[in-house]
Design a binder for this molecule. Structure first.
Ligand code: CMP
Length: 141
């Protein structure tokens, strides 16, 4: 048993279609607890900084443009093995390859408009959580 935290982003394509409640239900049905959550709008500079790891990739500019098209909901999720559990709950990056029942299969429109982001490892999760949240915003028991 390893209690972890992971960062989730509900992306502009999903907030535009009012999918926050449905996505949160899938998160909670997976046994993850939302211990911090807020809605905000990224600037282009902030989107570029968050996704800096992808700056050499061909999709970087489109990715950053898509992330500033509307509000996002950023969340800290906690639970046993939370990083992997949330990645399994999201499904494959490309919704066309995502398993039925996963968030991206149900709601994703394309690889660019895939509704959610989740951290890929505990170390990345710590960095991504710190990008959006201060300690005082994260609920503890
Ligand atoms: P996300 O989990 O937010 O991480 C980076 C995002 O880039 C990814 O989801 C996709 O929305 C987007 N993307 C576009 N093309 C690709 C690609 N070929 N490989 C990975 N991610 C891609």
């Amino acid at each position: 048993m390893s209690i972890q935290r992971t960062l989730s982003i509900i992306k502009p394509d999903a907030t535009r279609r009012s999918l926050v409640g449905k996505i949160n239900a899938k998160i909670e049905d997976a046994g993850l607890v939302i211990i911090a959550q807020k809605m905000l709008r990224l600037t282009k500079e902030q989107a570029k900084a968050f996704y800096k790891i992808h700056e050499e990739r061909s999709f970087y500019e489109d990715l950053c443009s898509n992330m500033v098209k509307g509000p996002i909901v950023v969340q800290v999720l906690e639970g046993d093995n939370a990083v992997k559990v949330y990645r399994d709950t999201m499904g494959a990056t490309n919704p066309a390859n995502a398993e039925p029942g996963t968030i991206r299969h149900e709601f994703g429109e394309s690889i660019d408009l895939n509704s959610v982001h989740g951290s890929d490892a505990p170390e990345t999760a710590a960095q991504e959580i710190a990008f959006f949240f201060s300690q005082i915003e994260i609920c503890r028991e």
